[in-house]
Design a protein around this ligand. Structure first.
Ligand code: ATP
Length: 431
């Protein structure tokens, strides 16, 4: 983990939030490479859920919601951790037998602590103006169920997908971005006829598991853990976690739950709006059951980073490689001049980078140019951040108009004409 945290800071993936002021506990900022990686993860999720399927619509609901939402959802009543203080070192943490800081067993009584962040709407901080930062994106989908249904003329089964920020005032945080107080979720709420819930639940567990492996996570590091009956959340009939083998142990990346008709029933009751689905064919009303695959972007990004990191021995030297998939790597192509002191080579390399950038930026693929070190070091830097191809311009390039393309994993080098470079890279990046 230390290696990952250090690489993230050093190379600009993830920084502690407001670091110049000493940081803010468990909040993180994504740097130049982090924002690309995170964006690629989100785009891959959106592609597989919204674009490649015909049964899911997208949504982007507000973070602030009517406070009644949280009474209906059960968050006001149920969304808390039990917290204790250590009488010896005064640290506060999630209830357990011993103080995780000093080991003392002298602890205060357990007290419930609601995990939602509260704030106020408008200029008056009275009890009537209290609102919460959403602790999950799901509720924004439930309250828009009728809006989406009526505007898109959907029939069951269909789903609504959303990516967005969520906030939890976690008592115990840690393990880098794994447990943050501000994080992003990617959630699908899939509305189904009640008698099909079991089938769709199993379908989504499989489907989501394969999404991680298709994007490059080693299947040995993933497992599905079904929740025991006494572990289930108040709304769920069944739940399975997709877990990843992090250096700190097997931990949840995503939960898939059969939420029954709990959510639509609750919101119908609290809003006094009928959220039942009307089946035109049978002329009957039904409250759909909901199958929810709910994942965290930050945890997923962390899992991709951990899984991709490797150290190799190449001709007696250590090589650090971030073996991210072609889809997820923050930078797809780096153009490097072999000799950075030769004006013609630098100019030629820059013009090649410019051409590639013009083309690849349209499809969201980042191309960079770098001449800030010797070629050996430039290669090492690009390997360490997962760049798929390095294009090197040398003295011969000026004559034969060919460049060397080096692939990250095999380190194989091929000579490609500058004319055919764009289509060569395009075809390779599709693989
Ligand atoms: P945990 O048991 O680890 O606290 P959870 O079961 O409460 O997680 P859910 O409510 O199921 O989590 O939220 C869905 C997903 O949102 C999780 O699988 C996780 O990826 C992400 N998530 C939840 N809490 C956090 C957090 N504090 N920091 C980062 N991601 C989170």
């Amino acid at each position: 983990m230390e290696k990952i945290v250090s690489l993230c800071k050093r190379r600009g993936f993830i920084f502690p939030s407001s670091e110049i002021y000493g940081g803010l506990a468990s909040t993180w900022d994504y740097g130049p490479l982090g924002v690309e990686l995170k964006g690629n993860v989100k785009a891959a999720w959106w592609q597989s859920t919204v674009y490649e399927r015909e049964d899911i619509e997208g949504l982007d609901a507000a973070i602030l919601m009517h406070p009644k939402t949280w009474s209906a959802s059960g968050h006001i009543k149920n969304f808390f951790d039990l917290m204790v203080d250590c009488k010896d070192c005064q640290k506060r943490f999630k209830s357990q037998a011993k103080c995780p800081s000093c080991g003392s067993s002298s602890l205060t009584k357990e007290r419930p602590f609601n995990l939602m962040f509260k704030t106020f709407l408008g200029p008056v901080e009275d009890s009537g103006s209290g609102v919460y930062l959403r602790p999950e994106t799901a509720q924004g989908i439930f309250v828009n169920f009728s809006n989406v249904l009526n505007s898109s003329h959907r029939k069951l089964p269909f789903g609504i997908a959303q990516i967005g920020k969520a906030f939890r005032n976690e008592v115990t945080t840690g393990n880098f971005t794994f447990r943050s107080r501000e994080f992003e979720q990617m959630e699908i709420e899939f509305f189904v006829p009640p008698n099909e819930a079991e089938k769709w639940y199993k379908y989504w567990v499989k489907e989501r598991l394969s999404w991680y492996t298709k994007l490059g996570i080693n299947s040995k590091n993933l497992r599905v853990r079904e929740h025991e009956q006494d572990e289930l959340a108040h709304y769920a009939k069944a739940c399975a976690d997709i877990e990843y083998k992090f250096p700190f142990g097997w931990s949840e990346l995503e939960g898939i739950a059969n939420r029954t008709d709990f959510d639509l029933k609750q919101h119908s009751e609290f809003s006094q709006k009928d959220l039942a689905y009307f089946n035109e064919e049978t002329k009957t009303k039904v409250l759909p059951f909901i199958i929810e695959p709910s994942g965290g972007i930050d945890r997923t990004v962390l899992a991709f980073l951990v899984d991709a990191y490797r150290e190799e021995q190449v001709r007696e030297r250590k090589r650090v490689v971030l073996g991210l998939s072609r889809r997820l790597a923050p930078i797809k192509v780096a153009v490097l001049p072999l000799l950075r002191n030769r004006g013609e080579i630098v100019r030629f390399a820059k013009s090649i980078a410019g051409d590639l950038r013009k083309h690849f930026s349209g499809c969201g693929k980042k191309v960079v140019y770098d001449d800030t070190a010797g070629i050996g070091r430039l290669y090492r830097r690009q390997d360490e951040i997962g760049t798929i191809f390095c294009v090197t311009v040398d003295v011969d390039s000026l004559e034969d108009k060919k460049v060397t393309v080096r692939e990250r994993d095999s380190m194989e080098q091929v000579r490609v004409s500058t004319e055919g470079l764009r289509s060569y890279l395009e075809a390779e990046l599709q693989k």
